[in-house]
Design a protein. Structure first.
Length: 360
């Protein structure tokens, strides 16, 4: 191995250590010559090699900086643990994350947990065999205490940066998380319905992911602030098993019970997401409840399902690609040693046909 190859290897090791400490800048050429006892030509050749590999970038008059990439392909793969790689919002979200990371030389590897704690643990144990530099995690049943925090702590001690998506476990609230502003979203929908004249509002929320209680709290807080109330008897909860039964067998019993037991006396309902709203509207039609004449329906996410029913559903949305790009950019910054902070992505209302003025 000649001098420049040896220096290149030493600089790669140095960059890898520095990135873990948040250091991206390399010493000047003159400093490298002194520190490694080599000629300026050797330093320049080594730096040129690192630039060609995408490991550093040089700025005129400023010096050389690490890009965050390393010369080992497996070290530039980001595992992504999500509830599903195929259902609902995930294809577009994962596509945005993949394309943004790929533009900078990174790839993702998807681990679909199906929101199952045991499956999540199996994947974490596998990843501990060769801890990645960074991971993107949508926690499984994040509203519940997680028995997998021990493995996340081991990954952290091994140098893995944990970036949570959509939610973060109660025992890890100091970790970086990119999520929806669920409280504000619930508040916004409730305020919108009150402006339409609705005061007797029902809610249907998911119980085992943190997004559900957060959205519930936003709705309840808004109605309280406006002098109304989200009554317990008008609030329904469902969980992951209910959704699985709905998807696999079109088992809508939890929706039927909700309509029969929770909905009477209400003129509007706020649903946890488009999927719940889509299936609820089918059940409402079977019960001869017309939307929006008899009941206004609003929800979260603005997925394709909000446009699939006969009456398009008023829903909340983000700016196009905002969530996926924010997640990917946060990960890239961290891998480059740049400090990052948690973000809550704001919602906007997309008004469609499912919500209308209150009719006495």
């Amino acid at each position: 191995m000649n001098k420049y190859e040896m220096l290149t290897k030493q600089l790669i090791e140095r960059i890898s250590r520095n990135l873990q400490e948040g250091i991206t800048a390399l010493p000047t050429e003159a400093e490298l010559c002194t520190q490694y006892q080599v000629s300026r030509q050797t330093v320049r050749t080594a730096l040129s090699t690192l630039r060609n590999q995408g490991i550093i970038t040089s700025r005129q008059g400023s010096g050389s900086y690490a890009t965050g990439l390393l010369p080992f392909p497996s070290r530039n793969i980001i595992p992504v643990l999500v509830a599903s790689g195929q259902e609902y919002i995930y294809p577009s979200l994962l596509g945005d994350i993949q394309s943004t990371l790929a533009s900078q030389g990174y790839q993702i590897q998807i681990y679909p947990t199906e929101n199952d704690v045991s499956t999540e643990r199996k994947y974490l144990l596998s990843l501990l065999q060769d801890p990645p530099r960074g991971m993107i995690i949508e926690g499984s049943k994040s509203a519940l205490p997680s028995p997998n925090l021990d493995l996340y702590e081991k990954l952290k001690r091994g140098g893995t940066f944990l970036l949570f998506l959509h939610n973060c476990y109660n025992g890890m609230t100091d970790e970086i998380c990119i999520k929806d502003d669920n409280y504000y979203g619930g508040y916004l929908l409730a305020e919108y319905l009150v402006e339409l004249g609705h005061t007797r509002i029902a809610g249907l929320f998911k119980s085992d992911d943190k997004q559900g209680p957060e959205r519930y709290l936003g709705v309840a807080s808004c109605l309280r602030d406006l002098g109304h109330e989200l009554k317990d008897r008008h609030v329904g909860w469902f969980d992951t098993l209910d959704i699985e039964a709905l998807r696999k067998r079109q088992d809508t019993r939890f929706l039927t019970r909700f309509i029969q037991e929770r909905l009477p006396g209400c003129s509007a309902i706020i649903c946890y997401n488009d999927e719940a709203a889509y299936w609820l509207m089918k059940e409402l039609s079977y019960a001869d409840i017309q939307v929006p004449r008899d009941l206004s329906v609003v929800c979260f996410d603005n997925s394709y399902l909000s446009d699939l029913s006969k009456i398009r559903i008023t829903t909340l949305t983000h700016r196009p690609h905002e969530m996926g790009r924010s997640v990917a950019e946060c990960m890239m910054q961290k891998l480059r040693g740049i400090p990052v902070v948690s973000q809550e992505i704001p919602w906007e209302i997309v008004q469609k046909e499912s919500a209308g003025p209150y009719r006495s």
